[in-house]
Design a protein around this ligand. Structure first.
Ligand SMILES: C[S@@+](CC[C@H](N)C(=O)[O-])C[C@H]1O[C@@H](n2cnc3c(N)ncnc32)[C@H](O)[C@@H]1O
Length: 252
């Protein structure tokens, strides 16, 4: 495992933004997971980051076994504080491209804005097991794109490559791994940031902009803030999609 994943600074910013924007409580994602998560089932959150989703699941379901997996020791430290001593939760350092589970070990896998191999997810799920992914739609953070058009860190940001065919693109990878795609829905809203410091936290958290420097880039962020400020704050588009795939029943 060479990669260390997100840094300490990213972990702290992610923790702060998820709390402020209530991003762990997004009903569309949580309710989908909770609707299939039944007692005795096991679930792994790949790239669990700060552990907020795992905590929500643990407090809203009973008798389930939850694993939060992340490659970043810094994220896992924050996650450990967030999940406290929940007895049915394990945090594990591991790679989404090489999952540390035996074949068919888990009932449900989820991934929110995370890196993973669909083939590995398929392998580690039992027959009829379910995978729910939370990805981004093409309009996510478009206000930032508008002001930093040539400096977007595309490798860090899971923005679909093709704004026209992004739905097909999103399903193709899962189908290629063997999944039956059972649902795809996208949602859009604005998140409001109180001031330019908060917008800069967002940019740094991903990080969204190449070589971003709070001092040097402040002027551009102030222009962005000026243009997109309304009474509730600086509006930044949040566009996400939820894809659900099911592994077919095993034969024999
Ligand atoms: C964008 S964050 C999302 C975190 C969390 N799922 C959330 O929604 O807040 C991506 C996470 O994936 C982790 N990560 C990056 N590469 C990974 C890999 N190969 N395997 C597992 N986790 C990885 C990072 O450390 C980070 O915590």
């Amino acid at each position: 495992m060479d990669s260390k994943g997100d840094t300490e600074r990213q972990a702290i910013l992610r923790d702060k933004i998820i709390r402020e924007k209530q991003r762990a409580k997004e009903e569309s994602f949580l309710s989908r997971i909770l609707s299939i998560l039944k007692p005795e089932m096991s679930l792994c959150d790949i790239g669990c980051g700060t552990g907020h989703i795992i905590r929500e699941l643990a407090t809203n379901s009973e008798n389930v076994f939850l694993v939060g997996l992340d490659i970043s020791p810094a994220m896992l430290r924050v996650a450990s504080d967030n999940v406290g001593n929940l007895l049915n939760v394990a945090l594990l350092r591991g790679d989404g491209y090489e999952l540390p589970f035996s074949d068919g070990a888990l009932d449900i896998m989820i991934a929110r804005l995370a890196e993973y191999s669909p083939q590995e997810v398929y392998r580690a799920l039992r027959g009829e097991g379910c995978f729910i992914e939370y990805g981004l739609g093409p309009e996510a953070d478009k206000e930032i794109f508008e002001f930093f058009p040539d400096r977007i860190e595309e490798d860090n940001f899971f923005i679909p490559k093709s704004p026209e065919e992004w739905r097909d693109e999103a399903c193709r990878e899962l189908r290629d791994a063997g999944f039956v795609v059972t649902g795809l829905e996208d949602y859009k809203r604005k998140d409001y940031y109180h001031n330019e410091e908060e917008v800069m936290d967002l940019i740094e958290m991903v990080p969204l902009v190449r070589d971003f420097d709070r001092k040097k880039d402040r002027k551009t962020v102030l222009e962005l803030a000026e243009k997109h400020r309304v009474e509730r704050g600086i509006g930044i588009t949040w566009h996400y999609c939820i894809i659900e795939g099911r592994k077919p029943k095993e034969k024999g």
